[in-house]
Design a protein around this ligand. Structure first.
Ligand code: ADP
Ligand code: TMP
Length: 238
């Protein structure tokens, strides 16, 4: 397969394939926090995030969510439908944590009485500033119709993941999604779903099983990723 790197991001490299509508995603072990201010590696993160993302995409497909995932040709690689990414980070929050807890003066762990959706404009130079539906319309980042689709898909994904994770004794605190337009112009789910972009807390102990262990120097970072992979798929990562 002819492959050419078209983009190297903080966590993944995107390659072209023989099919112009398909990209190959390579998941790296690199970890960053604070928009690149803190850098490190999490051993085997790329393999574990690839597997967890594939698992979540399959789970969502069963519930009718359209996504970019096609197949997993190797442990670190995923074939996906090429999308025109809507330059927004869509954040869904069930419990106050991280920047929301700080911004609104809420204690981390305070449940929100309904899911909260936030949008950040994807721009490393600007530090991904938060935007609302008016900014999105004025800057023509997405149409109103597309935003209705993105919001309703995000809430449905939240319902599916929250229920599924509860059975694994995990609370879905918050998470970040990215959407894009496929070759037909339809909005579908892209990027990844993993402990890099979700907050997972053990329901009983409230232990953090996600990238906050790296962001906040809590230790046992790899173990948290292994534990999530095991709870989701039953696989024990050596
Ligand atoms: P970042 O760009 O934030 O450093 P990554 O290292 O995860 O993030 O890079 C992956 C890039 O690929 C992101 O910019 C993401 O928006 C983009 N992307 C994700 N899925 C697709 C897709 N199906 N088609 C095109 N681009 C995608
Ligand atoms: P935050 O509390 O730092 O705003 O993060 C909310 C959620 O979004 C959390 O699960 C981590 C995820 N996230 C990303 O995946 N990428 C980002 O750039 C940011 C800021 C958050």
């Amino acid at each position: 397969m002819e492959k050419k790197a078209i983009y190297e991001g903080k966590a993944k490299i995107m390659y072209t394939t023989d099919d112009p509508d398909v990209l190959l995603v390579y998941y790296k072990d690199d970890a960053t926090a604070g928009n690149g201010a803190k850098k490190g590696t999490i051993e085997n993160k790329g393999i574990m995030n690839n597997k967890m993302s594939a698992f979540f995409f399959d789970l969502l497909a069963k519930e009718g969510i359209k996504h970019h995932y096609i197949s997993m040709p190797s442990d670190r690689e995923m074939l996906v439908k090429k999308l025109e990414i809507v330059p927004l980070e869509v954040i869904i929050r069930n419990v106050a944590a991280g920047s929301l807890a700080k911004r609104l003066g809420l204690k981390e762990g305070t449940p929100m009485s309904c899911p909260v959706i936030e949008f950040c404009y994807k721009s490393d130079e600007l530090g991904d500033p938060m935007v609302n539906r008016y900014h999105i319309r004025a800057m023509k980042l997405a149409t109103d119709e597309e935003m209705e689709t993105i919001e309703s898909m995000s809430l449905k994904i939240n319902d599916i993941l929250t229920k599924f994770l509860k059975e694994k004794n995990v609370d879905l605190i918050d998470f970040k999604l990215e959407f894009g337009r496929d070759k037909n112009g339809d909005i579908i789910l892209g990027d990844e779903i993993s402990p890099d972009n979700c907050r997972f807390w053990d329901s009983t102990t409230h232990e953090k099983l996600d990238k906050d262990r790296f962001r906040r120097d809590l230790g046992n970072v790899e173990d948290a990723y292994k534990e999530m992979l095991h709870r989701l798929t039953g696989e024990s990562f050596k």
